[in-house]
Write a protein that binds this ligand. Sequence first.
Ligand SMILES: *Cc1c(COP(=O)(O)O)cnc(C)c1O
Length: 475
Amino acid sequence: MGVLRHEPMKPETNLLRELPSVDRVMSHPAAAPLLERFSRPFVTETLRDLIDELRQAIKAGHGLPSDRLQDESIITDLEKKLARAARPGMVRVVNASGTILHTNLGRALLSEAAAEAASLAARHPVNLEFDLHRGKRGQREDAIESLLRELTGAEAAAVVNNNAAAVLLGLNSLAEGKHVIVSRGELIEIGGSFRIPEVMAKSGAVLREVGTTNRTHPRDYAEAIDENTGLLLKVHTSNYRVVGFAAEVELKDLVAIGREREVPVMEDLGSGALVDLSKLGLPREPLVAERVAMGADVVTFSGDKILGGPQAGLVAGTQGWIERMNRNPLKRALRCDKLTLAALEATLRSYVQSPELLNEIPTLRAFSRPLGEITEGGRRVLPLLRDRLGPDYEVELVESTCQIGSGALPTEEIPSKGIAVSGRGMTAEDVARVFRGAEPSVIGRINSDRFILDLRSAGDPESLVPNLPDRQRPL
Ligand SMILES: *Cc1c(COP(=O)(O)O)cnc(C)c1O
């Protein structure tokens, strides 16, 4: 028999006892509407987490007012927590970063026609592999192939998941078990994980490097060709330039060597352009049609870089080699889905048929929008920004420059305008965080300690006025 001890009860213990059970909150009438919006297990789990958080907060000595623990109050918190958890992981953002094709922000935006086509293919059955004329099975890439042939002048064309897939498929189809000759100046790495030597190894082809980092000559290729050679590969050094004492072998010279020695030539063009960017006052990016005309057997390029379509790897080339790629079992693993094919077809159709191409394709529109129009948009939005941000912030129209991004024309910049935003007592990083916290998030960039919203990459200037959420109720 022990001695009865009376300890004074801690205030936490009191509060802990007031915490309701999951069952009690779930059967409260105010919880019923939540179960019409969300599944029961989702609501129960979220409620369990919420009660757990409150318990932890009490134990940590946060003096919670006891009305926070009443069922109605908990249900209000639960509703907010559910709404937060139900928010999709992938959300809309505003790209004011100054990089038009930002890989982290999803690269090219689709044209209205392309988005519409993808939406249609998502909602309805489509004749993806069905020939409506003959009433029989058809080919899934027919429409795209004929558009690509028209746009590039190639005999044949194919499409896969992305340009990395196109390179992999090309190497495997043309040169598995054989040597592929590449200049040391072109052994590129593209952001993240695309590296020529590694893709080559995975394709089952053997890399045969020639030349040096800064200079490679025609004889380097010619001397390296032997009975094991399966392919000459040229890679567009899309995200860097070798300047100074440098020499590369032009595609037409490589094609001449390949023809003479009966070895096919493939070019990984990276971005590849279907229209001449120099007509927009931009530096020139190689045109796919030109590379095909120079005699490359296979040219690969991306759908969502300068072209301005969905993620895809496009392949243009000679009938025999494209057929070989299409027959490769890897093709099935790398093929595009119907949403991509629908969006890509609509994009390519604009290139062939639209009288308003530059306006229709958002990427081309971003490249070509006149600086005057951008400045005007900036002036229009300045007072709106001032209004929204209040007296603790200062905004100012400044000069800015845009990059194309995604490795295209890495050393070139397009003139633009920006809005510099500074906040009293705030670092540029603090301001960036405020804009990231807006709905939708506004992504700017920091330039020599200033937060800048770039008007060219953002498109609609009004999208720069941040929708700032109310402060969340702290626990
Ligand atoms: C961007 C790029 C790739 C990769 O293309 P994805 O479409 O992103 O797969 C490959 N090669 C070059 C030269 C590139 O510029």
